[in-house]
Design a protein around this ligand. Structure first.
Ligand SMILES: NC(=O)C1=CN([C@@H]2O[C@H](COP(=O)(O)OP(=O)(O)OC[C@H]3O[C@@H](n4cnc5c(N)ncnc54)[C@H](OP(=O)(O)O)[C@@H]3O)[C@@H](O)[C@H]2O)[C@@H](O)CC1
Ligand SMILES: Nc1ncnc2c1ncn2[C@@H]1O[C@H](COP(=O)(O)OP(=O)(O)O)[C@@H](O)[C@H]1O
Length: 547
């Protein structure tokens, strides 16, 4: 798991290093180490983009704190490597004076922001040293104007520590922010690196000599794709259709038969074992997936290790009675879509739950459940809601969907960036419910046979399912066969997210700073939920073969 920490923990981890630096008589020794890393990775980006480093133009946007000091020292190193370096000081009276002196000595040019007039020529790369850990709120004027101007001109931004305009702890991306192509941070990931990964670009962590900090309730986790691949259920020689976990799905209605097809088909595709179905959509479900076992009612459904209830299932009296009946069966249950609307209007429903529940709202459904939530603090709002449910005695885990999906069980927060936004398409949530339900059934079956008294790690299973879903969306969007219905990139196309969360060759979107990253897999194209569904087996194979 990747781990990311709150500012307080980072500052505490840095304190002994800074104290040692002060007593050594060289107070900037740690800062220069950090800056050397920024310069190294900026040079690598310049080489990628322009074929070299010598003679390239670098602009530094320098704020009033130590983040600006890092940028100035990095500028001095790049100047020594032959770059032309222009530093724009946003607050000349409070600039890091030793960093400024170092850049001056190296031959960098210094500009006061108010003297810029007709600005310096468009650089090959810009370094964001406006704010790091000490930043609050949106980028202020005139930094906002400079950042927008250069981003619109196609200049890639390297963020020092964090993109300015992004809150380090909540990951909130303010309207005016730096859309980074590359973020270079120091020692440890900050929470925003996982919570706001789409605006961080590639994240590089420079070793500055920090020790591992303690983990705590504010630590944010993100699974490595290779770990998801290793954990993905694979039938063994002694397995049969029951031992791997049976998932039962109550989905679809006269009005929304498609939800039943997408959800059950995704469950079939995501794992072996068996899928049961209850609802009015048995005919289309069987037409798509004859292996699904259909039942006339929840009561008449056979044994299942986990249940999914809600996608397209309706919100009437019958649907509500079925939610109650499913919860009363005492198996881990995923509640999605219409089931969430029912729970929002009848909160007492959750009292029937005698086993863990996983709620999977999108932002609007989360509004209904909470009566309105603080969008400036997504992880905080989620944690508070889960804590409220747990105080009511409900063993709940909540998955809040989006480009970056958050999962919280009251103790642990997982953050999973889909890596691209192609999954933002109708019905893709139904596919996610099917994948997640199948995985829940598997982990419940394993738990029941190996250690029945232990708790299920539903949050981790959900994070794994979301990782697979994102991978399937990516493969579907980058399918190589251009014919309608043509084959998807198979396992051989399975280059998945690396340790930084960057997707090599993934399509460039605006959130990544529009910077023309490599397009090894082609430019990508819109997908429907059934395309995503069709790519699930290739995504499992890709995750299983990733390193
Ligand atoms: N400690 C260490 O070991 C190491 C630390 N390192 C580096 O230090 C960084 C932390 O430095 P820091 O504490 O000086 O804070 P920093 O992020 O520069 O911001 C403070 C200034 O920003 C200003 N400001 C705030 N919001 C703003 C906004 N929206 N827009 C504009 N301005 C805004 C605020 O001004 P004020 O609000 O007071 O007007 C204040 O003056 C850290 O991220 C890392 O890069 C590395 O060298 C490695 C070793
Ligand atoms: N901008 C985005 N980028 C990537 N994935 C997204 C984005 N927006 C939504 N998603 C994902 O798409 C799915 C949509 O789910 P949902 O809103 O329930 O759709 P539906 O009800 O139509 O099935 C979720 O898995 C969500 O995380």
């Amino acid at each position: 798991m990747r781990r990311a920490h709150p500012v307080e923990v980072i500052r505490a981890a840095e304190a002994p290093l800074l104290a040692a630096a002060e007593t050594s008589g060289d107070p900037d020794v740690v800062m220069r180490r950090a800056a050397a890393g920024v310069a190294h990775h900026t040079a690598a980006l310049l080489r990628e983009r322009t074929g070299g480093v010598y003679g390239r133009a670098v602009e530094l946007l320098v704020g009033a704190g130590d983040n600006g000091g890092d940028a100035l020292y990095a500028g001095a190193v790049l100047r020594a490597r032959g770059c032309r370096v222009d530093a724009v000081l946003l607050d000349p009276d409070r600039v890091h004076s030793r960093g400024l002196a170092a850049l001056r000595r190296a031959g960098g040019r210094i500009h006061r922001v108010e003297d810029l007039g007709s600005r310096v020529p468009v650089p090959d790369v810009a370094i964001d040293g406006v704010v790091g850990l000490g930043g609050r709120g949106s980028l202020r004027a005139p930094a906002d104007r400079i950042v927008t101007g250069l981003a619109e001109a196609g200049v890639p931004w390297v963020a020092v520590d964090l993109p300015s305009g992004v809150d380090a702890d909540t990951g909130t991306v303010h309207d005016a922010h730096v859309p980074a192509t590359l973020t270079v941070t120091f020692g440890l990931l900050r929470r925003a690196h996982l919570l706001a990964s789409p605006v961080c670009g590639r994240v590089e962590v420079v070793d500055i000599g920090l020790s591992d900090p303690p983990i705590g309730p504010e630590t944010v986790y993100a699974p490595y794709p290779a770990d998801v691949g290793r954990r993905w259920p694979v039938p063994g020689p002694a397995d049969d259709k029951y031992t791997q976990g049976v998932v039962a799905i109550r989905a679809g209605s006269e009005r929304f038969p498609g939800a039943a097809v997408l959800c059950t088909s995704a469950a079939v595709a995501a794992s072996s074992g068996m899928v049961r179905y209850v609802g009015s959509g048995a005919d289309p479900v069987l037409a798509a997936r004859p292996e699904v076992v259909c039942h006339p009612s929840v009561a008449e459904a056979g044994k299942a290790q986990a249940w999914v209830v809600g996608p397209g299932a309706g919100t009437g009296a019958e649907a509500i009675a079925d939610i109650d009946a499913v919860l009363a069966r005492g198996r881990p249950t995923l509640l999605d879509a219409d089931a969430l609307t029912c729970v929002a209007s009848h909160p007492v429903l959750l009292r029937s739950a005698t086993a863990p529940v996983l709620l999977t709202p999108h932002g609007g459904e989360f509004d209904r459940l909470t009566g309105g939530w603080d969008r400036a603090d997504r992880p905080g709002a989620l944690r508070r809601y889960v804590a409220g449910l747990r105080e009511r005695g409900i063993e709940a885990t909540v998955l809040l969907k989006g480009r970056v999906t958050l999962i919280d069980d009251g103790e642990t927060t997982y953050s999973v960036d889909a890596g691209s936004s192609w999954a933002a398409t109708a019905g893709s949530g139904d596919v996610l419910s099917g994948i997640t339900g199948a995985l829940m059934a598997h982990v419940a079956a394993v738990r029941d046979s190996a250690a029945p008294d232990t708790q299920l790690n539903l949050a981790r299973a959900a994070a794994d399912a979301v990782t697979l879903h994102g991978e399937a969306a990516r493969l579907a969007a980058h399918r190589r066969d251009p014919r309608p219905g043509g084959s998807h990139a198979g396992p051989g196309g399975g280059r998945v997210a690396n340790h930084t969360g960057e997707r090599p060759g993934a399509d460039v979107d605006a959130a990544h700073g529009g910077g023309g990253r490599p397009r090894a897999e082609g430019p990508g194209a819109p997908i429907g939920a059934s395309d995503l569904l069709a790519a699930v087996p290739a995504a499992v194979a890709a995750l299983r073969s990733s390193r």
